[in-house]
Design a protein around this ligand. Structure first.
Ligand code: HBI
Ligand code: FE
Length: 296
């Protein structure tokens, strides 16, 4: 039996090793998961579950409880789909890994969330370069139970399909929006700032760093500001953007983005670590530990 889960093939290009995008939707090969795979899920789940009390947003924790995900074994997509379909009409589809952007957007536009079917190895517990099952299932899926966030994700997908027709600059603007909300977003609550971004909730180090370190900026969400801001893919974020509510996110994606892309095309991008005097600043970071180059 092929125990080691298949990895996304990589190929050497002029940009270095990049994952070979495959668009296939696959059934979750649940019976092929080994005891090591289930142990990796249990270890990560229990560690993050403990860490996120008092750090993750109320809606995230409530959605996770509603989903009834348990640490003892990797959840079955079919079980989660029964709940998701009832709650918000979303469903999970199994994929090999990163998808071409248009394929990804098209799934979101149709309330399908692509979840990588394989889970990282014990050696990769604290970091791996591409999204695995834990990142997607523990990080992204719970909030799809929240009706407003579920609407936002579909609106984002529809916006992505449109942006793909407009061109590369629009896609870059939109990818930054995804990055600073869905992946690395913070939300303000009466009892303080909390995490909702999947890239943070699935990472031990960043769950602590994003709220407690003096290094990063924490700035109030503004759509055009976010769309202009470059980001990090190899280190903790230099800046985290803070929303007041998921309704705010939903409203932000209300208008047609075409005129915004036009306007932003004439403006420079903003380096990941900058603070502007027009920003609503919750924290101007010390920048400790930042690398000078490497903003995407
Ligand atoms: N593919 N499977 C998968 N999961 C993602 O989160 C993902 C993707 N492809 C592209 C992508 N994210 C980002 O570039 C989005 O901003 C589009
Ligand atoms: Fe992700």
């Amino acid at each position: 039996m092929d125990t080691a889960p298949k990895r996304v093939e990589h190929q050497m290009t002029d940009k270095g090793y990049v994952p070979v995008y495959t668009t296939a939707v696959v059934d979750q090969p649940w019976d092929t998961y080994t005891s090591i795979d289930h142990d990796v899920w249990a270890t990560l789940f229990e560690r993050q579950q403990k860490l996120l009390v008092g750090r993750a947003g109320d809606e995230f924790l409530a959605s996770q409880r509603a989903m009834g995900m348990a640490p003892d074994r990797i959840p079955k997509f079919d079980d989660l789909n029964r709940m998701l379909r009832k709650a918000t009409g979303w469903e999970l589809v199994g994929v090999e890994g990163l998808l071409p952007e248009l394929t990804f957007f098209d799934h979101l536009a149709n309330r399908r969330f692509p979840v990588t079917w394989w889970i990282r190895t014990p050696e990769q517990l604290d970091y791996l370069s591409e999204p695995d099952l834990f990142h997607d299932l523990f990080g992204h899926v719970p909030l799809l139970m929240n009706p407003v966030f579920a609407d936002y994700m579909q609106a984002y997908g529809r916006g992505g399909v449109k942006a793909h027709g407009i061109g590369e600059a629009a896609l870059v603007n939109l990818t930054r929006l995804y990055w600073y909300t869905v992946e690395f977003g913070l939300i303000r609550q009466p009892d303080g700032l909390r995490i909702y971004g999947a890239g943070i909730v699935s990472s031990k180090g960043e769950s602590i760093h994003c709220l407690e370190s003096a290094a990063p900026n924490r700035i109030g969400f503004d759509l055009e500001r976010v769309m202009r801001t470059r980001y990090r893919i190899d280190t903790y974020q230099k800046t985290y953007f803070v929303i007041d509510s998921y309704e705010q996110l939903m409203e932000a994606t209300g208008p047609d983005f075409a005129p915004i892309y036009e306007k932003l095309a004439a403006l420079d991008s903003i380096p990941a670590g900058n603070v502007l005097d027009t920003d609503t600043v919750f924290n101007a970071g010390t920048g400790e530990g930042w690398l000078d180059d490497g903003d995407v």
